[in-house]
Write a protein that binds this ligand. Structure first.
Ligand code: GAP
Length: 452
């Protein structure tokens, strides 16, 4: 069984992921993607966009601003309810998310329910708790040249300057629904898809990139006629499985659906299925599929005074569409992919093992690695360069490696998931063939250059 430490170590060693602000000792809940990580992350995001937007006639893209008019978050209910249960240990002053340190309680836990669990403080071991209070997870900032300290005698003015970093990308979609309807006239059902950053002031960021304060989401708001929501929910559920299992290659037996009970659902949802994944540290939410009803559009209509109604092109009936929302965090998908691909194997006939990242070819940062067998033989290097340039005109993701010896290069390429290594040797100079080594089997075949 793969351990989370092994993946964290591989990520740092090979340049996939570094702790955010590493040089200053880090910054909790933030992570930076290195050269390899950027490529894998982009491949994941491109695969999602291709599957859900480019390959469908009923989906369109949106790229909305992160900073939004604060009325957005009043109307969406985030200002009032986007909060986690915070509890403070009166002995050591450590603060925790109550539902994460006590077993078997819901997010809506009350102080009495929490105290009845007799949970000990994970830091000092004492049992002396303050009351549970709701901690709003939105990051607040100030917009414009007037700072709060300038407006202490005018609290209204200070409040006017407050803005939030978006806690979900979804609201950038809902607030553009009317613009889209009035410009490209889509027929129901149709979806608007967006990829982008979301920010949450998590009380306890944890488990590597699973719970971050800054993450990237890929979300679709799929607008449907109210009486068709169940059928569309089922279709969306099937397409999520298809994407995760067929396009991304996650093992289906690692994905489990959890029908979230009403008391644990987000304030806007009438039904939610969490897609749970068997991560190295245990089962965790990978993504959510929610039926958001007309909650958001109706609230926007009320708050803005602008009609969010849709007029059916055939019947002329008008109504506010209902919404099905699949939402997935890129970091959680990234970790699911890495932990499924991470493999350690014994090397045949040797007392050593090799680490292989068995990434599907569509996700691997590099598809080919080209190298000369020896880097101090100019004729091999020149020929290898020729092959490298030739492959690069066909495939974007080809890498060059002439570091160390050939064995070390293979180990490195195995660890970063490169499916094929192409090696130019002395035979190449006479018969124009090269060795192609397969990452997963370590088998080598000889092939003519023009057949690569
Ligand atoms: N618009 C709906 C929404 O935001 P959510 O369940 O709060 O729903 C959706 O978040 C997905 O975003 C989660 O399933 C997860 O993949 C990702 N996500 C949410 N919070 C996250 C965090 N703090 N760190 C990493 N990913 C997160």
């Amino acid at each position: 069984m793969t351990k989370l430490e092994d993946i964290v170590s591989l990520c740092k060693r090979r340049g996939f992921i570094f702790p955010g602000s590493d040089v200053y000792g880090g910054f909790a809940g933030t992570w930076d993607f290195g050269p390899l990580g950027v490529m894998l992350k982009k491949n994941l995001m491109d695969a999602w966009w291709h599957y859900f937007v480019e390959m469908r006639d009923d989906m369109y893209g949106i790229d909305a601003a992160i900073l939004m008019n604060p009325r957005t978050w009043e109307a969406s209910g985030h200002t009032a309810t986007f909060a986690d249960p915070l509890v403070e240990c009166k002995e050591c002053k450590s603060r925790f998310r109550a539902d994460k340190i006590a077993a078997g309680i819901a997010e809506s836990v009350t102080t009495d329910e929490f105290l009845a669990t007799h949970t000990k403080c994970p830091v000092c071991g004492k049992e002396n708790w303050g009351p549970i209070r709701k901690f709003n997870m939105m990051f607040r900032t100030h917009v414009g040249a007037v700072l709060p300290e300038d407006t202490q005698d005018n609290p209204d003015l200070a409040a006017q300057n407050i803005a939030y970093l978006r806690p979900e990308t979804a609201q950038g979609i809902f607030t553009n629904y009317k613009n889209v309807i009035d410009t490209i006239y889509p027929s129901l059902p149709f979806g608007l898809a967006q990829q982008g950053k979301a920010f949450r002031n998590e009380i306890s960021p944890r488990d590597f990139i699973l719970r971050d304060r800054e993450c990237s989401q890929m979300e679709i708001e799929y607008f449907v006629a109210p009486d068709t929501w169940e059928a569309n929910f089922e279709k969306m559920r099937a397409s999520q499985h298809d994407f995760l299992e067929q396009v991304i290659g996650l093992p289906s037996d690692h994905i489990h659906e959890y029908d979230v009970p009403a008391e644990d659902r987000a304030h806007y949802s009438k039904r939610t299925i969490d897609f749970m994944f068997d991560y190295p540290g245990g089962e965790e939410e990978l993504m959510g599929l929610a039926y958001r009803t007309d909650f958001d559009l109706s609230n926007i209509q009320r708050a803005s005074g602008k009609s969010m109604e849709y007029r059916d092109k055939v019947t002329g009936a008008t109504f506010i569409p209902h919404v099905i929302e699949p939402s997935i965090g890129v970091e959680r998908l990234f970790l699911a992919v890495l932990s499924s691909a991470y493999t350690e194997e014994k090397v045949d006939g040797k007392d050593e093992s090799r680490i292989i990242l068995k990434l599907p070819e569509n996700l691997a940062p590099y598809k080919f690695c080209v190298s000369p067998l020896l880097k101090n033989k100019p004729e091999l290097v020149e020929k290898a360069r020729e092959v490298y340039e030739k492959l690069r005109t066909k495939y974007t993701f080809v890498t060059w490696d002439d570091s160390g010896n050939i064995g070390k290069r293979y180990r490195k390429q195995d660890e970063i998931g490169t499916p094929k290594c192409v090696v130019i040797d002395f035979d190449t100079m006479t018969d124009d063939t090269v060795t192609v080594r397969d990452r997963d089997t370590a088998e080598q075949i000889r092939i003519e250059i023009n057949k690569l």
